[in-house]
Design a binder for this molecule. Sequence first.
Ligand code: NAP
Ligand code: NAG
Ligand code: NAG
Length: 302
Amino acid sequence: MSNSPSTHNRPRVWLITGCTSGFGKLFVSAIVARGDKIIATARNVSALDEFKDTPNVRLLNLDVTATQGELDARATTALELFGGVDVLVNNAGYVLSGAWEELTHEQVLHQFHTNFFGQMNVTRAFLPHMRHRSSGTIIFMSSIAGWLGVAAGGPYSASKFALEGAAESLQKELSPLGIQVHLAVLGQFRTNILAEGRRQVPRPTPAIDAYDTVIETLARRQEETNGKQPGDPVRAVEWILDVVRDEGSVAGKEVGLRIVLGSDAQKIIRDQCLNTLRDLDQFDEFSRSTDFPGAGRVDAYS
Ligand SMILES: NC(=O)c1ccc[n+]([C@@H]2O[C@H](COP(=O)([O-])OP(=O)(O)OC[C@H]3O[C@@H](n4cnc5c(N)ncnc54)[C@H](OP(=O)(O)O)[C@@H]3O)[C@@H](O)[C@H]2O)c1
Ligand SMILES: *[C@@H]1O[C@H](CO)[C@@H](O)[C@H](O)[C@H]1NC(C)=O
Ligand SMILES: *[C@@H]1O[C@H](CO)[C@@H](O)[C@H](O)[C@H]1NC(C)=O
């Protein structure tokens, strides 16, 4: 199937991870309202009871941290529900915060299992299907945390930086095969992500008091931000639907890898680019001076 004008508005089948809350839940109603179909997944779909009789919605248990074998089996089941999957949204995720020295390997690994390896495994489970059909769209929910690290924000940032890099490579692997990849780079949006009980800022006993200030500052900021984020998740979801369905203000436009959403995201990414350029300019000579004298350029990367 191609993106030619005659087929681009055909109904699409979406599969979304982490639909019990926030963006995931909002996607369900928005997708149905556009006339598309959705396989709404969650670790436990009993939390999605409200959608169980909604036409064009199917519910499927899917924990993104399951083994590849289990996820492959889930994918087989999913593909039978509507006869295929056109759009995969890797949405499940959570925020782990804390100081590098205080967090354990297991805590950081759990963050990566959900936010990074889980997304890789789920995507791997659906790629054979999209590759055989030479079509499909894969969306990753990235973050300004994937552009900027803040004190005590390392684990979440690391998982989103990893996602940014892996998805950028994936796009280049899949674009010749007719499969689209997008990173939705989101600012702060009003979902449950920072709600008490969801956000995690674990500390060891005894804690290292040298980190009290940075951790308390971050924890306070998260608490104050919860429920007051500037981003409207309904608008973000509609925008992502416009991109995938080639509708609304983006209709007919070529949308690149990154879909930046939120004025805060705009500013942080712009500042990060400007600061990087300033650093590059300042150390221009110095940075170049490690080449072998007379070495030519090798265009290994483009
Ligand atoms: N809101 C923002 O400001 C913001 C900004 C940038 C990026 N994002 C990204 O957007 C995505 C969605 O977040 P949200 O804001 O909608 O947060 P949310 O309201 O907390 O929803 C997160 C969802 O992820 C699910 N989840 C967690 N671990 C899972 C697992 N192992 N398997 C399956 N589902 C799992 C949760 O399900 P359970 O109910 O089972 O826990 C929940 O449905 C995340 O990737 C997040 O990093 C959000
Ligand atoms: C799913 O959630 C329901 C309601 O909270 C609970 O009764 C059920 O045991 C859960 N199932 C699993 C597999 O955890
Ligand atoms: C991904 O799949 C591999 C292979 O089954 C498994 O070891 C790993 O635990 C899976 N999930 C995550 C989140 O790493």
